[in-house]
Design a protein around this ligand. Sequence first.
Ligand SMILES: Cc1cc2nc3c(=O)[nH]c(=O)nc-3n(C[C@H](O)[C@H](O)[C@H](O)COP(=O)(O)OP(=O)(O)OC[C@H]3O[C@@H](n4cnc5c(N)ncnc54)[C@H](O)[C@@H]3O)c2cc1C
Length: 487
Amino acid sequence: MGIRTGDEYRESLRDGRTIYVNGERIKDVTTHPPFQGVIDTIAWLYDLQHDPAHQALLTYPSPADGKPVNLSFLMTETAEDVERRVKCEEFRAEATFGLMGRMPDFMNALVADAAVVKDSFGKQNPQFGENILRYYELCRDQDLCLTHTLVDPQMDRSKGPAEQTDPEAALHFVRETDRGILVRGARMLSTLAPFSNDIWVGPFYPRKPGEELYTLCFSIPMDTPGLKFICREPYNNAGRSRFDRPLSSRFDEEDALAVFDDVVVPWERVFINGDIEASNYILGKSPGYALLQATIRGTVKLRFMAGLACYAAEAVGRTAALHVQAQLGDLIAQVEVANGLLHAAARDVVRNRREGGSLRALAAALWVFIPQTQMKAAEVIRQVSGSGMIMTPTEQDFRNPEIAPYLEHYLQGRNLPAQQRTQLFKLVWDMLGEQFGSRQLQYEWFYAGDPMFTRSRFYRSPAVEQYKAMVDRVLTGENTPPARRSS
Ligand SMILES: Cc1cc2nc3c(=O)[nH]c(=O)nc-3n(C[C@H](O)[C@H](O)[C@H](O)COP(=O)(O)OP(=O)(O)OC[C@H]3O[C@@H](n4cnc5c(N)ncnc54)[C@H](O)[C@@H]3O)c2cc1C
């Protein structure tokens, strides 16, 4: 099949899936009004792959039949291949301003990561390794859109899933059937669920001995019997215009609780069942395509946020002050560091694919630097915007002749007519203040998992001994010029 069109993607969502929003089961997600904007955005991304102006950048020929497939499935062999991945994913992240953390590229990359380390999946049961490779080929050649869910429900985090008062709550293996494995329980969260074709249940936080039943990796179609999604309240739900909600109206990816109500996972879709070692170490052995895609997306979003900070300050004449210039300059400098990290991260992937090893720059960028800098960018935007981001009348206000002249008069900016100034600050408010914006901040902080967990991993990395050894050299007098050594 190869790359799909936007219409083919839309059609694929009409499959009888079980999606609840605001207490109601949604018969057809493609016609549910709050979902229209984001479905249009994803469909447009699918269509872009067919645009002759972009096809060479966004696709490559499938090894199966030569038909063009999405480049985020490419298994890289050389630095040039990785560079192609970067360019394609950067283009698509730019197209969405880095605001769609789970655009299809992310899971395409993750499934490619998994396929590269298929042998690790297959250690306990070689069939699981074969399954992952076949599944990667299916996703690539059918151009599927995936959601994923990695984390147990947030019940009592001081205990593991087996020790909870209700050990049945977290998704777990129940029994084998002739068709596959029966699973039950829930996972939290699943971003993009209503707009995906399949759900990937994957490993993430380490499992301990005794948690074998919860140690699962599989992927199944969204319309699998027993699979249900309970969505959070959509943020694009007020019927507001693009002027009023420039971002929520296009990029609200949705998040859902994934409920597995006695779901049978067919054998060919089972990748891990009870293998704690595979679950804990597999993704660390992968080339890092998913981390790279996420780093690209996060960096692009930082560029967007930096642009927004500059525009907001300029709109009200605040850039005349040196300290505001310094504040913005500091942010821009950090974005430049992120740009640099992106290139270092791409080199990590090249090296890692060739010889294995750690993804130090990539992980440092994604787990620490990018979320931290995004929080900083949000703070700068707030500070330079002042009341501007609050006093934002609606498009309808500007259409009312009784008040429009006041607005035109009193809401002008520096060299900016009132409507344009308002539109800019509406964007700021949507980005930081609206439900959409608040969720974005929360999302970025937890994007790569619990920030305490990810940061603490650096303390356990080999770099620590290397850095401490420098201190040892001073303490032991090593590297001291001979003449000055005390005898
Ligand atoms: C908007 C959004 C979208 C998401 N989408 C997805 C998705 O699509 N797929 C998916 O799999 N997951 C998704 N997640 C979930 C994400 O993986 C989790 O948020 C993340 O792993 C952290 O888990 P948690 O939310 O349960 O927080 P918790 O693990 O409960 O952590 C909450 C806080 O407690 C702190 N903490 C941890 N240990 C301790 C301790 N011992 N003492 C004190 N404090 C501690 C943590 O640092 C953290 O600040 C999403 C999350 C958000 C916010």
